[in-house]
Ligand binder design. Structure first.
Ligand code: XIL
Length: 325
């Protein structure tokens, strides 16, 4: 019995991102994944830099393995991500292309990847993190070459190749008002111009800052007001090292429960946790994060034990199922 059994009659999916190496090596990890979750997001394997080490040559081997696993286990697949300012292949980053050539490269990339999985990826993060921390459109090679229109073009190209729901995905949309409002303007422009965008992904990396669940609700409703679907796409909950609260595991559990509760009430269609077991969290390896944040942001500890956060999430899902929310 897993979380996915509790949600099977609800209109919400509970997902996890998958760390490929552990998935490949560890049957216990795979067992938790397929028992508990009904949505799978490859953590890195669909990013351009992971798919393509040489110009226009692709290696889909790992992505195919993960998507095949999801299909065998009745899991929905989130593709992450078609356009991002980070994790581009070196040949894109260092290529010094003319603007027109960059546009062609980006379109070819979207055609190739979205097209390959046209009916196997259920939702794509088409554009990831296009707004910067000052609430401006983020400076990137895409903005330089194509102007703001790159966002719209990316959605249009993707829609030509895939049946997936098409999402704009970003972090701090709850945490930071300037960022949220810039993303809102961007999306309302897309909606007004009938660009094929279906929804917004709130990453919800809650690292040292844990926004009020009421603000989560308001953010969800604000984007829904544009007629968009909303998902939580990359949730994890950590604390600043040196500022760990007493009873940290309990605090974390309450926070997970509160966020799930407002999201379920507001009709969020999927909530994805950014990892399965704490030992595989990106916070243990990424940049300076291991020194800055606590290492246990997920629902399962390194031994696969269900944490208090798991119990709270399960409780909230059960309440939703029995109509108590
Ligand atoms: C992270 C992965 O978890 C790491 O393994 C990788 O080294 C860097 O990227 N926002 C995103 C994700 O959209 O792609 C990032 O994932 C986390 C932040």
């Amino acid at each position: 019995m897993g979380l996915r059994d509790v949600t099977s009659e609800l209109d919400v999916r509970v997902g996890a991102c998958v760390e490929y190496e552990t998935w490949k090596a560890d049957p216990e990890y795979r067992e938790i994944l397929s028992r508990e979750f009904d949505l799978l997001a490859p953590e890195n394997e669909l990013k351009w830099g992971f798919l393509s080490s040489e110009r226009e040559a692709y290696d889909f081997g790992r992505a195919d393995e993960l998507i095949g696993f999801a299909e065998r286990n009745g899991m929905s697949v989130t593709g992450h991500a078609l356009v991002w300012h980070m994790e581009k292949p070196d040949w894109v980053r260092n290529g010094e292309y003319e603007a027109g050539e960059l546009e062609t490269l980006l379109k070819t990339h979207i055609d190739t990847v979205a097209g390959r999985y046209s009916d196997r990826v259920d939702a794509w993060d088409v554009v990831n993190e296009a707004v910067d921390d000052d609430g401006e459109l983020r400076d990137s090679i895409w903005l330089d070459a194509l102007g703001e229109a790159y966002v719209e073009k990316a959605f249009e190209w993707a829609a030509e190749r895939t049946d997936a729901a098409l999402f704009y995905n970003d972090y701090w949309l709850v945490h930071d008002e300037a960022k949220r409002e810039r993303a809102y303007d961007l999306l309302s422009g897309l909606v007004e111009r009938d660009v094929p965008v279906d929804g917004v992904g709130l990453q919800m990396h809650c690292l040292g800052t844990h926004p009020d669940p009421e603000d989560v609700r308001e953010t969800v409703e604000r984007f829904q007001g544009l007629g968009l679907d909303v998902r939580v796409t990359e949730m994890d909950v950590a604390y600043r090292r040196g500022e760990e609260p007493d009873e940290m595991e309990e605090r974390q559990a309450q926070y997970y429960g509160d966020v799930f509760e407002v999201c379920l009430r507001a009709g969020v269609e999927a909530i994805t946790i950014w990892g399965v077991r704490d030992d595989t969290s990106w916070l243990r390896t990424y940049g300076e994060f291991p020194e800055r944040f606590t290492h246990d942001p997920l629902l399962f500890d390194e031994t696969g034990r269900k944490k208090r956060a798991y119990d709270e999430v399960e409780r909230v899902l059960r309440d939703a199922r029995s109509g108590k929310l």
